[in-house]
Design a protein around this ligand. Structure first.
Ligand code: FHN
Length: 442
């Protein structure tokens, strides 16, 4: 028996996935870039010669750091080597279809000249807007832009973690107006931005704002029809986040997949989602010293294929340096991913869950609306035989290498809907893709 739904004023306003062209475009992206850039890039995880163990963009909260000293970093923000065209070229070469950029992270520093605070680029030695030129440069490369915005704001004196007193409530009401002003300002200044990526929405103060956040969401959507907003923005009236008290997703896609990836299609409940991933374990802003395991291009490509095979997008984070350049490690990875994408992008863009039984060698990705399913192969079995079990009534008409179209395969049918593809190459140096052209039987 179905669980009885409770009536909610500020829960999900739509059931199931969005069905419009803007969302279809988002769904087809496959690969994205995340950029965390701000004042925290200047210390880069190091303060007075000591290394902070946490994420570099959180250094303001370290006991060794006084908030005043941190906020004074504004007087040192001067990325004279920032060239948005060269960032966009790196991203375009890597094959990303969208970028999510921190307009304002938790520290409150704004990369655009907001009218509503002095804590912005306009009051730094750099003086100029970062977001406008960046949006323009990326759009010129055909890359869509999503604006990251942290609700939590450590700099604003009206920010509260919770609302316990009348004074808190008065201050937080001012803060809510400030937040609304900034968001409407961003949407007005950067009309080509496709969506907002919210963060810092977990504290009680904000979780209690179901009615306010809901009406602000409506206002933003009205201002910018087609706008895409994930599930991190608002809570329902019972304080439930991401999924409302009836278990329905709030917002256009699930934003809970941070540094983790679902294992199976059931984990995503038919929703759109994106996974945001760091290259080291947990550093988003520039950290001078990367410690621990640093992901390789092949690992990241596997994550990309896995996400797309489960109906998600994969978004790789970059933390640019304070002078405005990209660190060498990131450039090298972007190049390696781009080299692979040049050959295999057809398997990633417009990809979706294929409905084939999962196999240990890698991932199946279906190209939406076509008869092509891609096998993205990471682990070649010693037998050189790749097992393929198709969905019922699906037959394989053709199989060939995406990187070498004349290299074809004749699948061996070993049982109902089950085949072996006999590989010709048994020790590939890189993940590779076999295209299956399929047909339907009665
Ligand atoms: O606290 C932030 C963190 O610094 C980073 O911005 C990530 C990106 O998804 N979001 C928050 C943690 O969930």
């Amino acid at each position: 028996t179905a669980k009885k739904e409770i009536s909610l004023q500020h829960g999900a306003h739509r059931l199931g996935r969005r069905n419009d062209a803007d969302m279809a475009r988002w769904r087809a992206y496959g690969l994205g870039q995340f950029i965390h850039w701000g004042l925290y890039s200047i210390p880069g995880g190091e303060w007075n010669g000591k290394i902070y163990n946490g994420a570099a963009e959180w250094i303001r909260t370290w006991k060794e750091v006084s908030p005043q000293a941190y906020d004074s970093l504004i007087y040192r923000f001067n990325p004279i080597k920032f060239n948005p065209d060269s960032w966009a070229a790196v991203a375009g070469r890597m094959g990303v279809k969208y970028v999510t950029i921190t307009t304002k992270h938790h520290d409150g520093f704004c990369l655009w000249p907001s009218k509503y605070t002095n804590f912005t680029v306009a009051h730094s030695p750099y003086k100029k807007d970062i977001i406008g030129p960046l949006v323009k440069a990326y759009n010129k490369q055909g890359i869509d832009v999503i604006l990251y915005f942290s609700i939590m704001d450590w700099h604003n004196p009206d920010w509260r973690y919770d609302i316990k007193t009348r004074d808190d409530s008065i201050a937080f009401n001012r803060f809510k107006q400030f937040t609304r002003n900034q968001l409407l300002e961003l949407l007005t200044r950067y009309p080509t931005a496709k969506g907002l990526w919210f963060d810092g929405t977990w504290d009680n103060s904000w979780v209690k704002q179901a009615a306010f956040a809901d009406s602000l969401e409506t206002e933003m959507r009205k201002l910018r029809p087609g706008l895409i907003i994930g599930s991190r923005f608002r809570a329902d009236e019972y304080g439930k986040r991401h999924f409302d008290s009836n278990g329905n997703l709030m917002g256009d896609y699930e934003q809970g997949w941070e540094r983790k990836i679902p294992e199976k299609i059931e984990d995503v409940h038919g929703n759109d989602w994106d996974c945001v991933m760091t290259i080291p374990e947990n550093q988003w802003g520039y950290a001078k010293t990367w410690s621990g395991h640093i992901k390789t291009a092949d690992e990241l490509l596997e994550m990309l294929a896995k996400c797309v095979s489960l109906d998600g997008n994969f978004v790789l984070n970059f933390g640019p340096k304070p002078d405005g350049t990209l660190r060498t490690e990131e450039q090298t990875l972007a190049k390696a991913i781009g080299d692979w994408m040049t050959v295999n992008k057809e398997a990633i863009y417009n990809g979706e869950y294929a409905g084939f039984a999962k196999q240990d060698w890698g991932y199946f990705i279906k190209n939406t609306g076509t008869n092509k399913t891609y096998m993205v192969i990471f682990n070649v079995p010693v037998s050189g035989l790749l097992r393929v079990t198709t969905p019922l009534h699906t037959v394989i008409n053709k199989a060939y290498d995406l990187g070498n179209l004349t290299q074809t395969y004749t699948p061996e049918e070993i049982g109902t809907s089950t085949y072996f593809i006999h590989l010709h190459q048994q020790t590939p140096k890189k993940p590779f893709v076999i295209v299956l052209e399929t047909g339907e039987t009665g």
